[in-house]
Design a protein around this ligand. Structure first.
Ligand SMILES: [Cu+2]
Length: 176
């Protein structure tokens, strides 16, 4: 009787240990910095997780056919509680956040992105706003040339509204 019952219990015990091991592995994975592969499309970021560990590095690929895209990561102030949608709807608030830009990756259509500010790494824990502010329909090579000359300022190139107006924004939380 005892042998039978211990045989019955044992698979459950094994499962329990396996589940604990899995939980602990997940816990470790979540706290380790990773490489986050993000794909830019017209007009959204794909593959962006809700949370990443501090020190994780974002890499960008542009999977759109013609539009230039960028990924601008802005560390939001700790007391900022509004949603990404609410912040991008208020241009003057968005401009006020520019000094908090942590990294900018820019990618021509069909190509991998290059960092132009920072190196893609999100070091400080907190909430980050992710936007693409490239003017709609801009000529990719014309914009990149103008950006190289403007040394950090917004390049003066004719184009339509910035991509975040079409919904190209997101947010991500970086945890320590
Ligand atoms: Cu874009």
């Amino acid at each position: 009787m005892n042998i039978t019952s211990s045989r019955r219990r044992s698979p459950l015990l094994v499962l329990g240990v396996a589940a604990l091991a899995l939980l602990s592995a997940c816990g470790n994975a979540a706290s380790e910095p990773t490489t986050v592969e993000v794909s830019a499309v017209d007009f959204a970021f794909e593959g962006l997780p809700d949370t990443v560990a501090a020190g994780s590095t974002v890499v960008l690929t542009n999977d759109a056919p013609t539009e230039l895209h960028e990924l601008v990561a802005i560390r939001l102030p700790d007391d900022e509680t509004r949603s990404a949608a609410d912040i991008v709807a208020t241009p003057e608030d968005l401009i006020a956040l520019f000094p908090s830009v942590e990294t900018v990756l820019i990618a021509p259509p069909g190509e991998d992105g290059k960092p132009v500010v920072g190196n893609g790494t999100l070091t400080e824990p907190g909430r980050y706003l992710i936007i693409c502010a490239i003017p709609t329909g801009v000529d990719p090579s014309e914009y990149l040339a103008a950006a190289a000359e403007s040394e950090g300022g917004p390049p003066d190139v004719p184009g339509g509204p910035p991509h975040f107006v079409h919904g190209m924004y997101a947010e991500i939380t970086v945890h320590g």
